[in-house]
Design a protein around this ligand. Structure first.
Ligand code: SF4
Length: 210
């Protein structure tokens, strides 16, 4: 990344170039567009998406998943009805991606403890950032002994935020699915309800706060 590139150029290499058959493309475009992305998390919530198993197939007549955490493509090219966000905010690139999803999704949903309140990464919020860097790169007991001990820096690297933040502190979030990770059935219920025009609701039995 160099100084003359703007944000769109920086991410343009992420965009798919394969053209679909026009009829297939039209059929996909006619469906409800859903996008997912992972920010600062561990991808455990993405595995919960996969836990929807064959239930998800029942929605595919109505839904197109245009972006998923599995491909990790961080920009959307068509407006989406629903965006799912795994993980919270720990660097400037997370902020740019979250703002892009907010701009391009009608409904934005934080999925999992990291997205909802910061989760495990927020444990660093009690420690000064410089001390986190020192522990990670200088004093870490697992560092190879012969490795030069420097804190990596490059102007093109995303800047680490002083604190880890939940997504709703950066943009408006419409709904929250708690849990670490949430139950796949809870995610399916939310998607199924919204696709069929029902109110957002997660039964207590499906809610997880661990
Ligand atoms: Fe991983 Fe839990 Fe965070 Fe989900 S909420 S990304 S499972 S640490």
């Amino acid at each position: 990344m160099s100084h003359h590139q703007n944000k769109d150029e920086i991410f343009s290499h992420d965009l798919p170039t394969t053209k679909l058959d026009p009829k297939l493309q039209a059929a996909r475009d006619a469906k409800i567009q859903v996008a997912m992305i992972g920010l600062c998390g561990c991808w455990g919530c993405t595995l919960s998406f996969l836990d929807m198993d064959e239930q998800l197939l029942t929605l595919l007549e109505k839904v197109t998943i245009t972006r998923s955490s599995l491909t990790d493509i961080k920009r959307i090219t068509t407006r989406c009805a629903i965006g799912f966000i795994e993980g919270g905010i720990a660097n400037t690139e997370n902020i740019e991606t979250l703002e892009h999803f907010r701009e391009n999704c009608d409904i934005l949903i934080s999925v999992g403890a990291c997205a909802v309140w910061g989760g495990v990464p927020a444990m660093r919020n009690d420690v000064e950032l410089i001390d986190c860097f020192k522990e990670s790169y200088i004093g870490c007991a697992t560092n190879p002994k012969d490795q030069s001990k420097v804190i990596p820096y490059h102007e093109d690297l995303p800047k680490i935020t002083t604190k880890v933040a939940p997504n709703h502190e950066v943009v408006k979030i419409d709904y929250f699915i708690p849990g670490c990770p949430p139950d796949g059935l809870a995610i399916f219920k939310v998607l199924d309800d919204l696709v069929h025009g029902r109110e957002f609701s997660i039964p207590a039995a499906m809610n997880r706060y661990d």
